[in-house]
Each structure stands twice: as structure tokens, then as C-alpha cells.
Design a protein around this ligand. Structure first.
Ligand code: UT7
Length: 325
């Protein structure tokens, strides 16, 4: 049966120029380079300039993804931006990106699923393409988490960074079998019973302020390893594939120990797991497209490869996207 499939036609990313190293964090809070590296694998994070907004990072990444795909802004019919740190409460950051790249038709909206946001955005965009409603879609993960960090809380402020990554999804036709190229499946989950383990203690309707990120790290860690391993298994079973068939896993980058523990649980070769958390820290919805862009630039993904993207974040939300490149 002929059907529409989405392929990743282009990818791009952007990191703000300013870097704060772990050593510099020692001057901000009571922490050490050794503690941060041992507990998280993080050595540094990029931080947006005061006048650099989430949309600015998103536009830089989007322009690179468009150039990489060989497309113009006028070819794009839909923009989906995953972010938990929008420029403003409204309008959607996606509409700012739309104006910024010079696109004056189509539709643009934001999605909020915290660190799983990019997977949620990909799933939505893929469904637009499968339904025949769009041929070229820009999917972006962009964040300025530095703005919602409590810089007095050493348990959270050392963990996050700013950045953006973007892909262009383009429609192609396939046979509907797992030998097709493109996105073969997306799986999304959430469980609102865990709202209180990772949240921002402010918001328009509750405190009429922005608030700061709060996290019960140990508990989030425990859930992350279980949920991430199970969502990868779900994707493999759905596509009749085994862990050995995976050529590359691009996980959300929260903590190197989570990446290692998930790979162990899946009995996967750690060399097949993309790692950027050491240099980017946790950039929430931007971490997967940032890592994907790095893997592509390093030539670590070849046509035909099975690539699995997976993430877990506040909500809790978690999900996967399995692609034959
Ligand atoms: O992206 C969304 C998903 N987020 C995550 O996946 C994050 C998941 N959680 C984690 O990555 C880890 O739980 C953390 C990195 C946040 C924390 O690591 P941990 O091994 O779970 O440490 P902990 O929170 O149990 O803290 C251990 C100790 C505590 O001291 P006491 O109570 O044992 O005396 C903390 O106060 O480490 C202390 N501590 C620090 N020490 C130096 C906490 N933060 C710091 C710090 N520097 N920055």
C-alpha cells in the first residue's frame, strides 16, 4: 500500500557563544567540577546572551536546517516549535520564527512537553505529512533554560544549558512496511501523577510570574531509566526489530549516567549512543536535534541506518521516534 512517509531532509543547530565551565560554576554556587562531572558527565554549558531570545536561537538553527535541505522558507508549510521557554506567553514562538525566516504563509505553533518536546513535535509533524496535509515541515527544539534556573540552587543550576536544533521533514512515498526510508514510528506517553517531581514553581495562571525550575533529581533519574528503556523496546517491537538492529540512539541529553544505564538495560553497545551532554548540558527540547546534527556532521549516520530518538521530561512525558535513514 503506498503511503506518505516523512524523511529528515535537513538538519541544523545553534549554540550561544557564551560558555560557562564547571570551574566558573564554582564561583556561582557551592559545587565542584569533580562533583558535576562524576554525577552528570557535564563539563560546560552554553548560555544565551541577555538580548538573545529562544526565537533567535530557533531562527539560527532553522536557517541552517533549510540550507542543509536545499529548501527556501517559502517551501515550508508548517513550523512546529517545541519549547518550555517561549519568548512570551503569547504569541507562539513558532510565529516569531515564521516571521524571522521570512515565511508568510502556512501555519506555525508551539508544543510544550518539556524535555520530550522535540519527540512530541516530530510526532505531530509526521502525522501532518502522513495525512497529506503538509509536504515540508520545520520541526524545532529551542530553549533558554538559563532564564528559569534558580542560580542559588546547586542541585539544578549546574545541569542545564541553552541551544536550539531544527530538522526539515519532507514527504516521500513508501510501501508502509519497515523497509521504507523515513520515520517508521513515533510513540508518545505521559503520566501527570508525577507533575511534582519536575516543574516550574510559577506561571501565568498560578503565580502570574515565570517561576524557577524545581526537581527531585534522584526520583526523576529512576523513572527516566525505566521509561526510556521501555519506550525503545516498544519502538523495536512495533517495527519487528531487535536491539542489535539499531545503528544509532540519539537520546535526550540529561545525564551521562542515564545514557549509560539505559544502554545497559537495552544491552546496547555504548558506542552507538550519541553523547553531547558533556559539552551542551541539558538543553531540554533542543538536546536531541543538537545531538542529531552533531552525529550527521561527524558522518556517523549512513543511509539505511536505523536511528532511534528517545526522551523523557517533566509531566512526566516520554516518547520515541524510530527512523530508517
Ligand atoms: O531532563 C529531564 C530529566 N532530568 C533528569 O533526568 C535529571 C535526573 N537526575 C539526575 O540527573 C541526578 O539525580 C542529579 C544529577 C540531579 C543528582 O545526582 P544524584 O546522584 O541523584 O545526587 P543527589 O541529588 O542525591 O545529591 C547527592 C548529594 C547531596 O548531598 P547530601 O544530601 O548527600 O549531603 C546534594 O546536596 O550531592 C549534593 N549536591 C551537590 N553537591 C555539589 C547536589 N547538587 C550538587 C552540586 N554540587 N551541584
Amino acid at each position: 500500500m503506498t503511503m506518505f512517509r516523512s524523511i529528515i531532509a535537513g538538519c541544523g543547530s545553534y549554540l550561544p557563544e557564551k560558555i560557562i565551565t564547571n570551574k566558573q560554576m564554582e564561583d556561582i554556587v557551592d559545587t565542584t567540577d569533580e562533583w558535576i562531572i562524576e554525577r552528570t558527565g557535564i563539563t560546560q554549558r552554553h548560555i544565551a546572551a541577555d538580548d538573545e531570545l529562544t526565537s533567535d536561537l530557533a531562527i539560527r538553527a532553522a536557517e541552517k536546517a533549510l540550507a542543509n535541505a536545499g529548501l527556501k522558507a517559502s517551501d515550508i508549510e508548517l513550523i512546529v516549535v517545541a519549547t518550555s521557554t517561549p519568548d512570551q506567553t503569547f504569541p507562539a514562538t513558532a510565529t516569531r520564527v515564521q516571521a524571522g525566516i521570512g515565511m508568510d504563509k502556512g501555519a506555525a505553533f508551539d508544543i510544550q512537553a518539556v524535555c520530550s518536546g522535540f519527540i512530541y513535535a516530530l510526532a505531530v509533524a509526521d502525522n501532518f505529512i502522513r495525512a497529506g496535509q503538509a509536504r515540508h515541515v520545520l520541526v524545532i527544539g529551542a530553549e533558554t533554560f538559563s532564564r528559569i534556573l534558580d542560580w542559588n540552587d546547586r542541585a539544578t543550576c549546574v545541569l542545564f544549558g541553552d541551544g536550539a536544533g531544527a530538522v526539515v521533514l519532507s514527504a516521500t512515498t513508501g510501501t508502509g512496511t519497515s523497509s521504507d526510508r523515513g520515520i517508521l514510528s513515533t510513540h508518545l506517553h505521559s503520566d501527570g501523577r508525577y507533575n511534582d517531581l519536575l516543574y516550574v514553581d510559577g506561571g501565568v495562571s498560578s503565580t502570574r510570574s515565570t517561576g524557577y525550575l524545581r526537581m527531585k533529581g534522584k526520583e526523576v533519574f529512576r523513572h527516566a531509566v525505566v521509561n526510556l528503556a521501555s519506550v525503545v523496546k516498544e519502538a523495536l517491537e512495533y517495527n519487528n526489530l531487535g536491539a542489535d538492529d539499531i545503528d544509532m540512539v540519539i537520546p535526550h541529553q540529561a545525564n551521562k549516567r542515564i545514557l549509560d544505564a539505559t544502554a545497559r538495560k537495552l544491552k546496547m553497545d555504548p558506542a552507538k549512543v550519541a553523547v553531547t551532554v558533556d559539552r551542551h548540558a541539558n538543553t531540554s527540547s533542543a538536546s536531541i536535534p543538537l545531538a542529531l546534527d552533531e552525529m550527521l556532521r561527524q558522518g556517523r549516520i549512513a543511509q539505511g541506518d536505523i536511528v532511534v530518538l528517545e526522551a523523557m521530561g517533566g509531566g512526566f512525558t516520554w516518547g520515541s521516534c524510530l527512523i530508517r535513514w
